[in-house]
Design a protein around this ligand. Structure first.
Ligand code: NI
Length: 560
């Protein structure tokens, strides 16, 4: 029998526009996969010829979710180009904003973007509140909001919601699919936390806004430092921030981490079968000062799950290719060329094995890489980072899993929950360091600079670990104007198309060998892709190394 192709376009519950196409054999097992970024944005083109001081605010608009990551990345790249030393307090304030974003991103991803691939809403309606409360105790001694009455109330809410007929986020689910493994009680626990996480989302955003002025798109990071000096010196503001983090920590400890345990135990067979495992190449640039030389995340590169031989990260080993992305020319001279239309201008419904994505193909030392919380946790743990060891050991022991098991769809969620947990600890450390500086009258938050007279061409780079993985901002400046700008975002790595080398990226590799029970309800595919926390808005970028003008491009509307 001939192989069949199925197309999921768009993948929902992600940021941006992603199309996934898979080819399955007669047993519905995935033989080949194509991940395609469907949105062209071109923020780099907007940045060209601008004042470098504006880079942060403009680059922040790359994404409505990862705003402060790009904001900081852009500003840091300008500071690197002009060798501007940023005061310690400014770095701490930037870190406090970044860490709050990590927690926000991870929790929102787990509950609101991904949980419904594991949680069957309709099954939760059959749960018994008393048994639910007992079940929750298996994963934490003091589960979050675990009273019978709370579960009864949650059931009532759900019932009213369903009766209203306006299902909102619960519409179009593959309810009743046999890939759902949780009991009604386990489903109710997760759904209760799904609703609680909506409140969490609002609160944690305020933590970013305390030092950012607002969120998304904070305003307070400037070349040379931060502007939120009044907030830093106001004990009430610091207290507000800490109060939110303490609340967040309670939710993470008593709901998020236990829920990750619940999933890891219930979906053990999937984990042991390596469902969602990519090629085992992981990359992290590390970062965030903890104490002296010690960093919150270690840098490193792992090939093919070889945990024994970790290499140090080396930025010079990164290249970006475009063979199978919708650009023409070599890396130095690229023209935008959309090739996936039929002659009549309509979108091709079945993929040709040539150009198929707006996402470029970054390679590290010639290999595709997975980046993100899983990469960070595996690298930091294997490099014996004492900050993370106990969190990972405790989790693996409680769930009777091994380190390699984390290289799976469920494992990516586990990595996020573990990361959130130890980031909370790190935040308290950061705040006490800030208070210490202020106590000794070190209140500087900005370094004065003047680069208007620098006429030579300068280059700057910023490599940062951000919630979804490794982010690079690369800038060239001449005569105080941006000459060229380039971004390689975490999703650019994970969702990379194939290249002349035909090597699959992490999304594509993770889908190979996946068994799909029902081709009309490809829940298994969604689960694998969602586990990466895709951000397609971030992933699509254009570079123009020589500073030559881009060709014009025309968007052909798709008339249905
Ligand atoms: Ni993003």
């Amino acid at each position: 029998m001939k192989n069949k192709k199925i197309i999921i376009d768009p993948i929902t519950r992600i940021e941006g526009h992603l199309r996934i196409e898979v080819e399955v054999d007669e047993n519905n097992v995935v033989q080949e996969a194509w991940a395609s970024g469907q949105l062209f944005r071109g923020i780099e083109m907007i940045l060209k010829d601008r004042d470098p001081r504006d880079a942060g605010l403009l680059a922040g608009r790359i994404c409505g979710v990862c705003t402060s990551s790009h904001f900081r990345g852009a500003v840091t790249s300008v500071e690197d180009a002009y060798k501007i030393a940023v005061p310690k307090n400014a770095e701490i304030i930037r870190d406090l904003m970044a860490m709050a974003l990590f927690i926000q991103d991870h929790v929102v991803h787990f509950y609101h973007l991904h949980a419904l691939d594991y949680v069957d809403v309709t099954s939760a309606l059959e749960a018994d509140p008393k048994r639910t409360s007992k079940e929750a105790h298996k994963y934490h001694p003091k589960p979050f909001r675990n009273s019978h009455s709370h579960y009864e109330e949650t059931l009532k809410k759900l019932d009213n919601f369903i009766k209203s007929g306006k299902l909102g986020p619960f519409s179009n689910g593959y309810w009743g699919h046999e890939a759902y493994k949780l009991s009604p009680e386990q489903n109710l626990i997760m759904l209760s936390h799904y609703l609680e996480a909506l409140k969490f989302q609002t609160k944690i955003s305020k933590a970013v806004a305390i030092f950012g002025g607002k969120t998304p798109h904070p305003q307070s990071i400037v070349v040379g430092g931060v502007t939120s000096v009044a907030d830093m010196l106001n004990p009430q503001r610091l207290n507000d921030y800490l109060f939110i983090i303490k609340d967040a920590q309670e939710f993470i400890e008593r709901a998020y981490l236990p829920d990750a345990k619940l999933l890891a135990i219930a979906y053990r067979d999937e984990i042991k079968a390596g469902v969602g495992r990519a090629n085992g190449n992981f990359m992290s640039v590390g970062g965030y000062e903890f104490e002296g030389e010690r960093r919150l995340f270690c840098n490193g590169v792992i090939y093919n799950h070889d945990f024994e031989n970790i290499e140090d990260f080396d930025a010079s080993k990164i290249i970006e290719e475009v063979d199978r992305a919708w650009y023409d020319g070599d890396t130095a001279e690229q023209e935008i060329k959309y090739t996936d239309l039929n002659k009549d201008g309509s979108l091709k419904t079945v993929k040709n094995d040539d150009k198929y994505s707006w996402i470029k193909a970054p390679r590290y030392n010639g290999s595709t890489m997975e980046t993100g919380p899983l990469a960070r946790v595996l690298i930091s743990y294997t490099k014996k980072n004492p900050l993370i060891m106990s969190f990972v050991d405790e989790f693996l022991e409680a769930t009777n899993l091994e380190l390699l098991d984390l290289s799976s769809s469920v494992g990516r969620n586990v990595a996020r929950a573990i990361e959130s947990s130890y980031i909370c600890e790190y935040i308290f450390k950061l705040v006490s360091r800030l208070l210490q500086n202020i106590k000794y009258y070190d209140t500087q938050t900005w370094t004065k600079y003047d680069f208007s007279r620098v006429k030579t061409e300068v280059e700057g780079k910023a490599f940062l670990e951000v919630p979804r993985g490794t982010l690079a901002h690369l800038i060239k400046i001449k005569d105080a104007k941006i000459k060229n700008y380039s971004v390689i975002a975490p999703t650019t790595w994970n969702a990379t198309p194939k290249n002349f080398d035909s090597k699959r990226g992490a999304y594509e590799e993770a889908l190979i060998g996946l068994k799909i029970q029902d081709l009309t309800k490809p829940l298994e595919v969604l689960k694998v892709i969602h586990s990466f926390d895709p951000c397609l808005a971030c992933a699509v970028h254009v570079i123009e190394v020589k500073g030559k003008e881009f060709s014009r491009y025309k968007i052909t509307p798709l008339l249905m």
